[in-house]
Design a protein around this ligand. Sequence first.
Ligand SMILES: [Zn+2]
Length: 299
Amino acid sequence: MTRTATTRRIAAALGAVAAVALLATPLAPASSASAGTDSSAYAMSAKARSSESKAAAARAKAAEAKAAIAKARAKAAADQAAQVAVVQAAQVAAASTDFSSIFADQMPAFDNSGWATCAAPIPWSVDVSNLDPAHAETQVANLQWALDQWAQTTGLAFQYAGPAEFIYDDATFTLTREDGTPAPERHIYLSFVNDEESARLGGGTVGLGGPSQVWQNTHEITAGFAIFRTDHVERASQVEDRSLFLHELGHVMGLAHAQETLNIMYPVVSDHTEVGPGDAAGVRSMLKPCAEAAEPQTF
Ligand SMILES: [Zn+2]
């Protein structure tokens, strides 16, 4: 209803009321006045009703618009979620084939070497003499955590054999027992090395690791080691330490660097503390059956 039409209808109503008043009570001007007042009141209430219904219509329109916006937003969110899911699926697919053997480039004769799935756990020892006792305990727990992740991924078992004193030789890149006793047949040696003890560590390099003994005929890894820069692990967060340990132990498992950030073998220390799809696929593909083997090759 337009504003003009409303005015006309009110004028017609006023005329009708006036005519009725004249016929019924021709000598009562007060009544006439009262009729006028009444009709005026009627006109006011019609106006009020009209503006009320207009407001209701406006409110309905606003609610409709609001609903349309909410619908559009929900659709956009759903579209975005679908897009994210597609990107994530593509990232997982790319990451799941993103692995290679640590020997692939440098020593292709040992390509795809891996640990054997023997029931006996692989003992591991760590030299924490460069750390203060409280911190040493924390880092042993973090190393145990990292080995637990690889155990869950591979089915291999790792057993902490306690702290040990190792001699780190930066030239030959080896860890040997300080007391000269021979290493067990299968083992992992770890050590926290100070900056000045190594030209290999320093700058951006905070850890190094890899297999140290592989059986040539069966490609079975029987020993591995890793070193970590003391000053870095002391100031890094637990998440960064775990990420670093998981990565270096991945090299001990036989993995080379990866390209995809979803994989722990991506070569930059981050807040990433999960074995990625490529890490898992790679290390599983490199596992060897538990069997007797010939002479090991020591690096
Ligand atoms: Zn690395």
